[in-house]
Design a protein around this ligand. Structure first.
Ligand SMILES: Cc1cc2nc3c(=O)[nH]c(=O)nc-3n(C[C@H](O)[C@H](O)[C@H](O)COP(=O)(O)OP(=O)(O)OC[C@H]3O[C@@H](n4cnc5c(N)ncnc54)[C@H](O)[C@@H]3O)c2cc1C
Length: 406
């Protein structure tokens, strides 16, 4: 460890971003106190572990950084300092092996976050990081000190530098409730409203469809949206609409379209293994006395949920018109009418815009106050991109503080 620099740093928010900042700062010789509103830190990280903890992705760096879309220019420099390979090496050093899944996603072999978090917290505590739990930050007091609500009542404190790593606004029960948005706005910082990202969408199913297919997976379809999104995958039909990996991947575009135009119409190719001509030709074969349902199943493998979707969205007259039916199978239009609420989303878009920050992630209007993690205004699909950028920005903020404290 480096020699003490006798400066105190308050990190507010003990998720992956805040803990990574704490690691950098304690190694840099600062006195580090982590404050968190919850009775324990890293709750969203632990929740991510129930899905196997997809920590990062193994694709080439150029492709990896493209996942941050319009924020690539701001996230790329952070990932150049601490990217997917560094993150894997960091996990290994903590004592955990990783493996690359068939989709290129990277997971710890233990497929859980709890042992990793436990080992990490022990290392941080052994190095002198102090944790203050059940300390809910309430903003700045008139004398510019930090105000907290604690089980012992209100408390105020000062530090030589502050890192805010308060998370987004999804899954409030895990601690990040987005209440900080108003606190920063009151302090004069511009903050983009938090929006759901990697979220499900509402579809106005008929009562029959909802009862019959709620919870069923729609396997291997191609989802297209305008000319900007086309991907093969699967998703789940829910009581209210649709959710799951394929929907999440398109969610930013779909959400923005609904915001601008009131709805987003996706196109589903229900028979991705056949061309339109092949579907046409197969459907035109002699049906004899067979029902349409068994004809569809026998010729193009459409049954169950796929057949249900056709009946839900295709006008009745199409069902007896082979070319129209084939067209519907290769491009079924489904209108999405609303994004599911932020609290249900995997992550948040919006937050502190990079224009409000300098290159060390310090607020331009508040020297000595840094921001990191999901509370920054970027978004990315699932696939390990969220955690990777949270770790990388936490690390960058930590180094930013060391640099600022001189
Ligand atoms: C169900 C689910 C599964 C996920 N799976 C994955 C995955 O497999 N891979 C992946 O890359 N990402 C995944 N994510 C996303 C990932 O977990 C988050 O992006 C990441 O945890 C954000 O890190 P953070 O440090 O910015 O914020 P958080 O982890 O949200 O931490 C913020 C902390 O700040 C504290 N806090 C908030 N407000 C205050 C306040 N006023 N005072 C004091 N403390 C406060 C909170 O209690 C919390 O501990 C998943 C998310 C969810 C919900």
């Amino acid at each position: 460890m480096a020699s003490q620099i006798n400066k105190s740093v308050a990190i507010i928010g003990g998720g992956p971003a805040g803990l990574m900042a704490a690691e950098v700062l304690i190694q840099g010789g600062a006195r580090v106190d982590v404050y968190d509103a919850m009775p324990s830190v890293g709750r969203k990280f632990l929740r991510a572990g129930t899905g196997g903890l997809n920590i990062t992705h193994s694709e080439p760096f150029g492709q990896f950084v493209s996942r941050y879309g319009s924020r690539r220019a701001q996230i790329e420099p952070l990932l150049k300092q601490f990217g997917p390979n560094d993150l894997q090496a960091w996990v290994h050093k903590l004592g955990f092996e990783t493996f690359i899944g068939s989709s290129g996603r990277v997971f710890p072999v233990c497929m859980k976050a709890s042992p990793i978090l436990r080992a990490w917290l022990k290392r941080l505590q052994d190095h002198g990081v102090t944790f203050h739990l059940r300390h809910k930050w309430q903003g700045w007091n008139e004398d510019a000190s930090l105000g907290f609500e604690t089980p012992e009542g209100e408390m105020s404190l000062r530090a030589d530098a502050v890192i805010l790593s308060l998370g987004g606004g999804s899954w409030r029960r895990l601690g990040s409730d987005g209440k900080w948005v108003e606190l920063l706005r009151q302090a004069g910082v511009k903050v983009e409203t938090l929006k759901p990202s990697n979220c499900g969408f509402d579809v106005q199913w008929s009562e029959y469809f909802r009862e019959r297919f709620n919870g069923q997976p729609l396997k291997s379809v191609i989802l297209s949206f305008k000319d900007s999104f086309r991907r093969q995958g699967e998703f789940i039909v829910t009581r209210t609409g649709v959710e799951g990996s394929l929907i999440y991947a398109a969610s930013a575009q779909l959400r923005d379209e609904i915001e601008a135009r009131g709805k987003a119409v996706i196109q589903l190719d229900l028979a991705p293994n056949f061309s339109l001509e092949q579907v046409n030709e197969k459907l035109a074969r002699q049906r004899g006395s067979k029902s349409l349902a068994s004809h569809l199943e026998r010729t193009v493998g459409i049954k169950g949920l796929k057949a249900g979707l056709l009946r839900e969205f295709v006008p009745k007259k199409y069902l007896s018109d082979t070319p129209l039916l084939a067209k519907a199978i290769k491009g079924l239009s489904i209108p999405l009418v609303a994004a599911r609420p932020l609290d249900e989303a995997i992550s948040s878009a919006g937050g502190v815009p990079f224009e409000e920050l300098d290159e060390h992630l310090m607020l331009r209007k508040m020297p000595g106050v840094f921001c990191a993690g999901e509370m920054l205004d970027w978004e990315a699909p699932t696939g390990g991109y969220l955690l990777t950028a949270c770790f990388a920005s936490g690390r960058a903020a930590g180094f930013g503080v060391l640099n600022w404290l001189g």
